[in-house]
Write a protein that binds this ligand. Sequence first.
Ligand code: MN
Length: 319
Amino acid sequence: MSNLDLKPAPTRCGGEAGTGPVKELLTGRQVELGESTEVRRLLPNIGRRMVGAWCFVDHYGPDDIADETGMQVPPHPHMGLQTVSWLHEGEVLHRDSLGSLQTVRPYELGLMTSGRAISHSEESPREHARLLHGAQLWVALPGEHRHADPAFEHHAELPKVTAAGLDATLILGSLDGATSPGRTYTPLVGADLTLREGAEHRLPLEPDFEYAVMAMTGSVDVDGARVEPGSMLYLGCGRRELPLLARTDSSILLIGGEPFEEQIVMWWNFIGRSGEEIVQAREDWAKGARFGEVHGYDGARLAAPELPAVPLKPRGRAR
Ligand code: MN
């Protein structure tokens, strides 16, 4: 998915290490993705830029697209990050400049590592399910790996953790002894938890990680705080377990990781370490260099928005 804000604000990312357990309810904001899809953007948020290396979370649907084209995100570039495509309903057809052509279905992992440069498109196939419901997440790459070769992974089978009333699927990283096959570059976790109404569970956590929970469907009390679609609960660091109580049949995403200490500049679909890098990436995309070509998408590629008038600068981890 692309950040299609016409005037994306420069984003300063940076976790706050050692804050200890907190409960901050973050409200998503509505963002139009092209003409067809509206998303709830939960990260970056005014109050919180990152959770571990997770730096971008969009939640979309469930939308009835039976008589519509559905998601249509034309070819666009990425740099310095990984994208995670995660679906509960429907399917997304991924094409990229490496030649990948992959349909991603519910509870399958589509993981694209941009490294120094990649471009891709995402679309609802012509023949598609009635409902589209999913999340798009980005993970910032650490300095030592951000110039890595681009790669795309698809994992149709992911490890699960089950307990009474709970089914957890590992998207990335490890939880309660299960580990996703998706490649990661910093210590982090992403998991999808399905909870039956009334289920109570204490989820084991890593005290060195900071965490957040968002709801895909339903209503869950997370350490006593109500989490429903459209919001994200930031939980801070220093927790060994997380009490969950499902008020209805629900599903939530848990994201977490070691606080990301590097200062980064995030603008449009790029993550860099300086404003100059971002300007160069934008120029390279405009002149058709570096990011390769996506074949087979029926339509023109996306043009980068105008840069802001003020120079893009990495800043501290302050909120
Ligand atoms: Mn994208």
